[in-house]
Design a protein around this ligand. Structure first.
Ligand SMILES: [Zn+2]
Length: 457
């Protein structure tokens, strides 16, 4: 047993690569992944899955299932691209089309990696008469951190017993730490315009209100826990210096390692905004855009995926792969600062055995929402040169060539293997669930995508 899934994934390797390449060649941004969604759904249908597209009030979502009864194993795919990140499969920074989107977070691999796991595990179940259900969720718009929140609001994910999430990366690691929860919102201030020189006393500046809000937020930083991050940009600062702005807006993110800290800080930021409105005699409108949960790593599932990865051979890089990565490393146009070439020496592509990483990270992912509904784990495999910065052209380039594809196939096999361990020993689900209950500590999931939020255009 267990060679069946990996053999089947090997036999389907070309088709999986073809699908990932097609999605790479046709990058679509969040909630607009029409083709990626259609092609992924078609592929799974052909492989014998029951496929629903566009459920949960989210047109580019997929729910594809095989089997029946428990345990129910969830695989969370994504396919959205990033705006402006177009890049050829090249070691030179060169867009396929200037300004067009590109797979700089490698979600073309991400979606198809989970498809590979789903079809491998299905084969294994059929050949061995194993009971259980595989659910592939195609999740749009991870980059806005709300795709899974919208799906959860519509009822997705709670059918699962466990969930596996793989993300492309620069090393083979199981992520045991926490990624931050997040809220995003805009503040729109309304004041009274006036001639800035002639009768400024009649003006009530909306821009002053934005600036005072930001001053207040910057003072707030001292009185929040260390894990809190607040960022903003001014999206409307008025028209010209000689006109007192009657309208001004700013856009905010607040992140922290717990959802509670995010919600608490968010409420305090709103108080600061109201204070600024009072000081400037302007009005403030809060446009809450949604948020996501922090991740909640399940160690029972972490051990399963870690063992599965270690039982498999790591990516077999070719001379061409290493040469490609080496040139990318040498371009040094990315300033990730994580790995400088000097530190990695001759290593341009990660080729070590998989590791566990316990440190927290201050990025966010909507995978956290699912991990607060059911037990889940996230892991990465190397799909790019070792120093590739997140959301960089290095990633777009590697997501379209054999470096990305090898990492994707390795991830698919790892998830199929981990899934099989659960089907063979369903008591693992109880263990994962009891750890989950303990970590939730009596809390329930409150969807950050409130009922009033409309799906973005
Ligand atoms: Zn991503």
């Amino acid at each position: 047993m267990d060679k069946i899934s990996t053999n089947y994934i090997d036999s389907k390797e070309n088709e999986l690569i073809e699908l990932a390449t097609k999605i790479w060649e046709h990058p679509e941004v969040g909630f607009h992944e029409v083709k990626a969604c259609e092609w992924t759904a078609e592929f799974l249908k052909k492989e014998g899955f029951d496929v629903e597209v566009g459920s949960f009030g989210v047109p580019t979502s997929i729910r594809a299932t095989f089997g029946s009864g428990k345990p129910v194993i969830g695989l969370l795919g994504e396919y959205d691209a990033l705006p402006g990140m177009s890049q050829k499969v090249s070691t030179k920074k060169e867009a396929v089309e200037d300004g067009a989107p590109g797979q700089a977070c490698q979600h073309n691999l991400l979606g198809v990696g989970h498809v590979g796991a789903a079809i491998g595990l299905k084969k294994e179940m059929e050949e061995n008469g194993l009971k259980g259900t595989i659910v592939f969720y195609g999740c749009p718009a991870e980059e806005t951190l709300t795709g899974k929140g919208f799906m959860a609001r519509g009822g997705a994910f709670k059918d699962l017993d466990v969930s596996f999430s793989w993300h492309p990366g620069t090393s083979n690691i199981v992520m045991r730490g926490t990624m931050t929860a997040m809220n995003t919102f805009k503040l729109h201030f309304k004041g009274i315009t006036a001639h800035a020189g002639g009768d400024p006393h009649n003006g009530r500046s909306a821009l002053d209100a934005v600036e005072l809000t930001n001053v207040g937020i910057n003072y707030l930083r001292e009185h929040v826990t260390d894990d809190v991050r607040m960022h903003y940009s001014i999206t409307n600062g008025g028209q010209a210096p000689n006109i007192v702005p009657d309208k001004a807006s700013a856009w905010y993110f607040v992140r922290a390692l717990s959802r509670e800290a995010v919600v608490d800080t968010y409420e305090r930021m709103i108080k600061v905004a109201k204070g600024a409105a009072m000081m400037t005699e302007t009005e403030v409108e809060v446009e809450y855009l949604g948020g996501c949960y922090n991740t909640l790593s399940n160690n029972v599932l972490g051990d399963l995926i870690f063992d599965a990865m270690n039982e498999l051979p790591v990516q077999n890089w070719s001379k061409e792969d290493i040469e490609f990565a080496k040139i990318l490393e040498e371009t040094k146009t990315n300033k990730s600062g994580v790995f400088e070439s000097g530190e990695v020496g001759e290593q341009y592509l990660y080729s070590e055995k998989p590791l566990n990483i316990y440190s927290d990270s201050f990025g966010s992912t909507d995978v956290g929402d699912v991990q607060h509904l059911v037990p889940g784990i996230m892991f990465m495999t190397a799909t790019a040169n070792i120093g590739a910065a997140g959301h960089s052209w290095n990633n777009t380039a590697c997501a379209g060539n054999s470096i990305g594809m090898k990492g994707m196939i390795f991830a698919a096999k790892s998830m199929a293997k981990a899934g099989l361990k659960i089907l063979e020993d369903p008591s693992l689900v109880d263990k994962a669930k009891s750890e989950f209950e303990k970590s939730m500590n009596g809390k329930t999931y409150i969807c950050p995508i409130t009922d009033d939020i409309k799906l973005p255009e």
